[in-house]
Design a protein. Structure first.
Length: 175
């Protein structure tokens, strides 16, 4: 994504392997990793996180637009506080999934909603016609964020990631 997206408080930009310490605070947290879809083990340390980031950075140019993974940076202190992604949902890889992850110490400040709204608008400007978010039924925070984004609940399914998930959809007319 060039240039990065900006909101009132956040910057959404490409990941860099130099983000590994701050990214580890997100993906190394059991409070975050327990909710990820597909299931992802908690990243063990900053070195492992650097490897994950390097893989994401390498894969980024090969993804079908508007797919990608981005860092969420708080403008006031330039801290990486989370990540966003748009990716194709299995098994048919026709539908795009929006997902967000934030450091637990930043939860409750509206950052996930703010960053996701910016990414949604950008994706629709790229020609995307709809996107989905999926959440485990007990992930009340993710479900609440999907609703704050104006996403419509479309049901529960086990179609994705071999997990029972709540499914939400957003179209440009929902904004």
């Amino acid at each position: 994504m060039t240039p990065p997206l900006r909101t009132e408080r956040l910057i959404i930009r490409d990941w860099s392997s130099t983000d590994s310490e701050e990214a580890y605070a997100v993906y190394g947290s059991p409070e975050v990793s327990r909710w990820l879809t597909p299931s992802m083990r908690t990243v063990g340390d900053a070195a492992a996180m650097r490897s994950v980031l390097e893989a994401w950075v390498e894969a980024q140019p090969n993804l079908i637009p508007p797919a990608g993974r981005w860092a969420v940076v708080r403008q006031e202190d330039d801290a990486v506080i989370g990540g966003l992604s748009l990716r194709l949902l299995p098994p048919f890889e026709e539908d795009f999934e929006l997902n967000w992850q934030l450091r637990p110490d930043t939860w409750g400040n509206g950052y996930a909603t703010e960053a996701s709204k910016a990414l949604i608008r950008w994706a629709f400007d790229q020609g995307l016609e709809e996107m989905f978010a999926v959440a485990r039924p007990n992930n009340h925070r993710a479900i609440a964020t999907a609703r704050r984004l104006g996403m419509e609940w479309v049901g529960e399914t086990d179609k994705y990631y071999d997990l029972r998930l709540q499914v939400f959809r957003c179209r440009p007319s929902d904004l």
